[in-house]
Structures are given as structure tokens and as C-alpha cells.
Design a binder for this molecule. Sequence first.
Ligand code: FAD
Ligand code: NAD
Length: 473
Amino acid sequence: MYDVVIIGSGPAGYVAAIRASQLGLNTVCVEESSDSDGNSQLGGTCLNVGCIPSKALLDSSHRYSDAIKHFSDHGIEVNKPKLDIAKMMDRKSKIVNQLTLGVSGLFKANKVTQVLGHAKIIDSNHVEVSSKKGSEILETKNIVIATGSSPINIPVAEINHKDIVDSTGALEFKTVPKKLGIIGAGVIGLELGSVWSRLGSEVTILEAMDEFLPMADKKIAKDVFKEFNKQGLNINLGCKVTSALSNKKDVTVTYENNGNLKELMVDKLIVAVGRKPNTDNLLGENCGLSVDEKGCIPVNDYCETNVQNIWAVGDVVRGPMLAHKASEEGIMVVERIAGKHAEMPYELVPSVIYTHPEVAWVGQTEEDLSASGIEFKTGSFPFAASGRALASGESTGFIKVIADKKTDTILGVHAFGPSAADIVQQAVVAMEFGASAEDLGLTIFSHPTVSEALHEAALAVNGQAIHIGNRKK
Ligand code: FAD
Ligand code: NAD
């Protein structure tokens, strides 16, 4: 009898499995994906076809476009760089392999048992695992569902894995498409659109909604829209795609925009319209679990399902589909199984879009706070006024700190600019400790760093920023 069976080895499952073993729980992790040698392919979406390969390509493409567009600003003249896509893809695959093998090594070091196969929950103490070798029943005291998510398919643009692809296919193009279409101006559309645009594609994004990045700060969304269009992502809002037809040469996308029927011809089309929870053949008839209207497994704040001893974490449950949220939920759950006190500060899950410049935020927006009737004050600082940002030629964007009007407690931090992800992370730490804008203002920041923009924005909340004209709020 195991203490815990974890289903799925993505950032939710593998992290939970390692922590469970550290806590002395007899742990097994079931994963259905296998590699070419027939071993478990650990790491889930994030390591194999998500966070890591996309960031490898974002970094490679950034260097390429930097060499073409910005080296000469620094007085460095180079001949036009030559692109070796096969080598770029090979580099990406090596990084993925290194990390997935790393998880396998960590499982061995932590004595996590690995089982290859598709898991189905029979009841709160039994999981059936089916594979080419047959099926077996695992007996357990607890079950943690960490089965993740998959791309949503839309019938008007069926994936053919050739010229109409999902995010996985978009990480594997063998040549740079001359014309690239993307359905969906969400995180994947912007990140992978940036990759291929930097490498030379003419990119057109068709977004159904009239609003761009509705979850972000309004001013940031406006600036990001302007900047990315300037960079070559032609983002079109309010577009209803009605068909995408592929012939051997290209793809014709038909869509409605402002009452007009329009056509777009592209070499490749990426469908990036969101992801759906993985629950196919997972919930046995008598296990007592079902999914909600979004396909998620319903859980409370502690990731407990309605069945005792069955828990669910990561992309398969409500909330943002983010690797760090998935991992922290996994850790919380196994700590609770081990009898420890653990909870998730959901309000402090940061979000990042790894474009250039980056977009990042944590906490609430002005719109959220106004809607809840909470009075607030704000301080902003433009990267154009940061010495370090100017020195590196990266002065686009700004950072905003929002604090409670009376208590000065920081309620949200929103950034668009150089190293926005790392700067906002500093705010996450401060907010975790309940910091006020004054606390951040009293903190010493190294000079010259782009992080000083956070310091100045925090000072600006109370009209004390040094390097901009202040306006007391
Ligand atoms: P997953 O990573 O999806 O893992 C679930 C695992 O469960 C899979 O390995 C699957 O094979 C296995 N499984 C499913 N069903 C069964 C079953 N019945 N039996 C056995 N095994 C099963 N997030 C970020 O935070 N930062 C990023 O930069 C980022 N970039 C991304 C880029 C792309 C292109 C994509 C697609 C996603 C990105 N994400 C990013 C999202 C991130 O990948 C997910 O939020 C994260 O992987 C979710 O982790 P998870 O463990 O819940 O699920
Ligand atoms: P998303 O939800 O971020 O964006 C999907 C977009 O597609 C939305 O703007 C939506 O309005 C639009 N859309 C939906 N249906 C459409 C249609 N029929 N026609 C046109 N537009 C349509 O989803 P995504 O970009 O596919 O990413 C999936 C998930 O992966 C996200 O939840 C995200 O959190 C995660 N992810 C995170 C990162 C990161 O953290 N940096 C990177 C990539 C992916």
C-alpha cells in the first residue's frame, strides 16, 4: 500500500512526488507519456512542450534579432547573421532532455517509484494503470490528480500537424514561415508570435475579443499592444475565424471583423486559443468525482476534492494555468497529507509574458480594486528614467505600484519593461511579508540596476520619487 499515488509528472506532479518522498511518504508517480526508449517521459507540458522549449526559442530568437537590429546601436557592426534553424531546435531539444532526465534522476535520488501508463481512479484507495504491458492496480492511502492540460482545438481550424498546428507544432517548424497566422492573442500567441517574427516571419494575429490582454493593467495592455505591433506582430482584435483551409501550398483563413468578411493567406497557422484540463478516461464510474462546466476537477482552497483523500492540483483545477502555481499546489497538498500546516497565497501568484520587453504583474489591478470598492493610490516610474535601462538600450515601458490608500500596503505591482519578471518577483517577496510602499521605499536597491525602477515607483506612491517629477496623490 502506497501513502500517495500521484497521477502526472508535470510541475504539479513531479514536484509533489519529490516533496512527498522528502516527507517520508511512500510515493509513486504515474506518467502516461513515454520516450522513444519506452521509459516515462517526465516533466509534463512545462518541460517538454511548454515553458522550457518556448523560452529556449525566445532566447535564441532574441539574440538573432538583437544582432540584426541593435548591435550597431552599440557600435558593433556585424554581417547579417546566418540562421541555422536545425541547430537552434537541437539546442532546445538538448535543454529539454537535460531537464527531463534531471527529473528522472531526482526521482531516483528521492526514492519516488515511477510507473509508466495511463491512470484511472477506481475509488479513493485504488488506481488502475494501463500500459502496453497490461494493467495493474495500485493500492494507496491518498491520490493526487496532476494530469495537466492540452491545447483547445476549434472545429473551424482543425490541427493537421503540418500547416495548421497547436503550440507544440509551433515549437518545431523546420523553416521560418514567410507568412505566419496565429489565432489567439493570449500568452502563447504573443510569445511564439515573437519567436517567429524575430526570425523573419510576417506575423498576423487574429483575436476574438475586442479587448487586448484583459487580465493585465489597462495602461500596460495599451502600451504592449502598441509596442508589439511596432515590433511586427500585426494584432487584429474582434476577429471571428470562420474557416481555415489548407492546400499543399498555404492556408486560407477566413474571418469576420467589424461586420466585414476578410481573408488571410499564410504558410503556417498556429491555433493558440487556450488549454483544457486532461480528464479523459481518468475518473472511474464509482470514484465519486466529476468535472465542472469548464472541465476542471472542482477543489477547495486546499485542493481537496469532494472525495476524502483525493486531491487535484495544477492545470486540471481552477485558476491560472501556470507552472509555479501548479508546483506550489502540489507541495501544499503533500504537506497537508503529511500532517503539516500548508496553504497557498493565491493572491500572490505572479504572471509573466516572456516577450521582449517582458510583461509581468502580481496582485490586483486598479480595475479589480475599483470594482471591489477598495481605495488605493499608485506610483509609476518609466524605464526611460532608469540609468541602467538607458545604458543597455532597453528603456521601453514602465512599472506601477498600487498601495492601499490608508494603510499603504502594496496591493499590486505591474510592469512592462526590461527584466520585468525578475523585478516583479522582488515585489512578490515584499508582498508575501505584507510590505507597504514605504517599506519598499526604505529598502536599498543596488545602483545601477533596472530594479531601481521598482524602488522609485514605490517612492512615487507617496510622492517621494527622486528621478521623476512627483505628483502627490
Ligand atoms: P502538465 O505539465 O500538463 O503535466 C501533466 C502530466 O500528466 C503530463 O505529463 C501528462 O502526460 C500526464 N497525464 C495526464 N493524464 C494522465 C493519466 N490519466 N495517467 C497518467 N499520466 C497522465 N507556465 C508558466 O508558468 N511559465 C511559462 O513560461 C509557461 N510557458 C508555457 C509555454 C507553452 C507553449 C505552454 C503550452 C504552456 C506554458 N506554461 C507556462 C504553462 C505550463 O506548462 C503549465 O501550467 C504546467 O505545465 C501545468 O503543470 P501540470 O503539472 O498541472 O500539468
Ligand atoms: P490564453 O487564454 O492566454 O489566450 C487565448 C486567447 O485566444 C485569448 O485571448 C482568447 O480570447 C483567444 N481566443 C479564444 N478563442 C478564440 C477564437 N476562436 N478565435 C480567436 N481568438 C480566440 O491561452 P494560450 O495563449 O493558448 O495559453 C494557454 C495557457 O498556457 C494559458 O492559460 C497560459 O497561462 C499558459 N501559458 C503561460 C505562459 C507564461 O506563463 N508565460 C506561456 C504560455 C502559456
